[in-house]
Design a protein around this ligand. Structure first.
Ligand code: NAP
Length: 248
């Protein structure tokens, strides 16, 4: 589904088919953006695009041909939300699953690199570009059995933070949003569809919702052009660190 609205600035959201990305697409549309939604599950993003008057484009951030086609189909961009990502598995280094590591590094790190590199010229040309990268508390902490994900999120974050210097003098803001526990499809993906295991992650506590994060992203985007919110860590009240939570 495509709906071009040249009078509205464009916001591109990767991983917009569920969770934080879907909520962010909806919030940015309410804030007046024409939103381009990218994800592999085209049926899902087409439905959201219809609802918000946006454009759905098939995107696999692990595939450079898919990224090239995605970027070419976007005439201009003012905001990029690097959100596509996630975790696979929870194993110690001694038991590391290389396929899981590759999935996490390809999606979170190389995916962010490909999309950002592809869209940067358009973001700069907009005269008021903004790159929001959704990292994680896992970009600040290491935790047992999580090294595949924590190392990928650290790398993704450093890629993003490097741009803050490299783009100094260019009209592009850079905001890193680092959430703690957010109840989305994240844990179902991490545990390969084992919903019982996924539900246990949020049991006995009040996690963040995808909307909570989308509102923070919307706030950062809506600041005046000279105001750069660099890093925003968002955790539930019930969460003190990546591994320390209160459950009732
Ligand atoms: P989610 O509901 O599983 O959403 C993940 C999104 O990423 C989906 O839209 C998925 O779309 C997309 N995606 C995955 N692989 C992709 C690929 N190869 N190409 C394009 N899109 C891809 O999880 P979420 O919680 O909203 O996660 C969003 C971001 O927040 C991720 O970067 C995650 O690491 C981060 N985060 C989440 C939490 C949390 O607790 N939930 C905490 C901190 C950070 P398709 O499957 O349709 O392609």
């Amino acid at each position: 589904m495509t709906s071009n609205s040249p009078e509205r600035p464009t916001a591109v959201v990767t991983g917009a088919s569920s969770g934080i990305g879907a909520a962010t697409a909806r919030h940015l549309a309410v804030q007046g953006f024409h939103v381009v939604l990218g994800a592999r599950r085209l049926d899902r993003i087409e439905k959201i695009a219809t609802e918000i008057g946006g454009t759905a484009l098939s995107l696999d951030v692990t595939d450079s041909d898919s990224v090239d086609a995605f970027v070419s189909a976007i005439p201009s961009a003012r905001v990029l939300v690097n959100n596509a990502g996630g975790a696979k598995g929870l194993e110690s280094v001694a038991d590391a699953d290389e396929a899981n590591w590759r999935w996490m590094w390809e999606t979170n790190v190389m995916g962010t690199l490909r999309i950002t590199k592809g869209l940067l010229p358009k973001l700069i040309a907009s005269g008021d570009g903004h790159v929001i990268t959704v990292t994680s508390v896992a970009a600040f902490e290491a935790y047992d059995n999580g090294s595949g994900y924590t190392s990928a999120k650290h790398a993704q974050a450093v890629l993003h933070r490097t741009l803050r210097g490299e783009l100094l003098g260019q009209p592009v803001r850079l905001t890193e949003v680092a959430p703690g526990l957010v109840e989305t499809e994240f844990s179902a993906v991490r545990f390969s569809g084992d919903q019982d295991k996924a539900d246990k992650v949020y049991e006995g506590l009040t996690p963040l919702s995808a909307d909570d994060i989308a509102e923070v992203i919307g706030f950062a985007v809506s600041r005046p052009a000279h105001v750069n919110l660099d890093t925003i860590v968002v955790k539930a009240r019930d969460q003190a660190s990546a591994t320390r939570v209160h459950r009732s």
